[in-house]
Design a protein around this ligand. Structure first.
Ligand SMILES: [Zn+2]
Length: 239
């Protein structure tokens, strides 16, 4: 694994507004505490999510961008990019790989955090088709697209975006995590971020207990002391 002092920039690539907060907001808050620059890249507008059916389609997209922006602020992130894909329709594609490779070359992150591209047979929720498509395309964008100057050569030719090698990818939602971050000091910020997604969570009874319970379960799996909270990742070396 990369030593902490070699992680200066992190790019979080997710399918929907709120995914970054469920999977990684605690770790993101702690990165921010250490001065790491974090950027969010959100592929869809989450316009098929939520509980409030009086909003029209475009209203939901706008609302969810605003909610994600507010959530990001809770954990110190102000650089957000949205690709505007339609919720529920994402498939692995050259178009998506190029869009992610573009942002990788712009941000030049040491670490990319994204969805695990494989289906989790222990717990189905993280395996939404959009998540798997985004995770797979993000990994393809990390290797080989972003580092290969001959991949999408127009990025270099027309946008002056030189190749960039991401050294490590952290995958969320998989069934085989190999790295746990103790987020006890950031659990309140993670909860605040999650609560910013009002259209998604305001109607969920016992939401804070659910989040604390999941985070405590990760900590137990990690072997941390009782009363601690954690997030789990599968770390993939990609240098
Ligand atoms: Zn999602």
């Amino acid at each position: 694994m990369l030593p902490e002092n070699e992680i200066n920039r992190v790019l979080v690539v997710t399918a929907h507004p709120d995914d970054a907060d469920f999977g990684a907001a605690g770790s993101v808050a702690l990165f921010g505490d250490r001065g790491v620059e974090v950027t969010y890249l959100v592929v869809t507008d989450g316009d098929a999510g939520g509980n409030e059916r009086t909003l029209d389609h475009s209203g939901m997209a706008e609302l969810r961008r605003a909610e994600q922006t507010a959530a990001a602020k809770c954990v110190g992130v102000t650089d957000l990019r949205f690709l505007g894909y339609s919720d529920g329709t994402v498939v692995p594609s050259l178009d998506l790989r190029k869009a992610i490779a573009r942002v990788i070359r712009q941000v030049r992150p040491d670490v990319v955090i994204t969805h695990h591209p494989d289906r989790n047979y222990q717990f189905v929720a993280p395996s939404h088709p959009d998540h798997r498509a985004v995770g797979g395309s993000a990994l393809d964008a990390v290797y080989p697209d972003a580092r290969n100057p001959y991949a999408f050569p127009e990025l270099l030719r027309e946008e002056s975006l030189a190749e960039w090698t991401v050294r490590e990818v952290w995958l969320t939602g998989g069934s085989t995590p190999n790295h746990y971050v103790d987020i006890t000091d950031a659990i309140d910020r993670k909860l605040a971020a999650l609560r910013s997604h009002v259209s998604q969570v305001a109607h969920v009874e016992g939401f804070a207990e659910f989040v604390r319970g999941r985070s405590a379960a990760w900590a137990e799996q990690a072997g941390f002391d009782e009363g601690r909270y954690a997030e789990g990742f599968q770390v993939v070396p990609t240098a």
